[in-house]
Write a protein of this length. Sequence first.
Length: 163
Amino acid sequence: MKSLAGALHRAASVLASFAMGVSGTGLFLMTLTICWQVFGRYVLNDSPAWSESLALITMLYFILFASAVGVYEGFHLGFGLLPHRLPRAGRHALALVNDGLIAVFGVVMARNGAILSEFTAAHGIPTLGISRAVAYWPFVGAGVLMTIFALDHAVRLRESDVG
């Protein structure tokens, strides 16, 4: 069982690095897009029509993938005051409940993101000439990653209880 948990953790670590790369790339692209928009508006007196749509889509990617990494790193919302007042077994049980809730949230987010992607696939973003589904793909990806990261944390926590 330990080798399976180790493999899951290694895979989660690789996925977290990938998600952070996607997030960093999205932040960089959004910054470039906004700079071009400001330059176009104030220097060229002709703001590009596509810049706002692209900035919003890249923002979705970097925020959602960074939030998934937050689950991996443990920077997500959780119980704050209560665990410190509980004995070790209670803290671990509460952490497992927290991980379970995050995993369920990730599944729901991925599922609903997939439904929205499918529903909007035929609709286009006029200024970009691409499918509106692109705006919902990060919900699917981040939801799957959140689920994997929460399960990884729960497995590692469970192993520390046993070991």
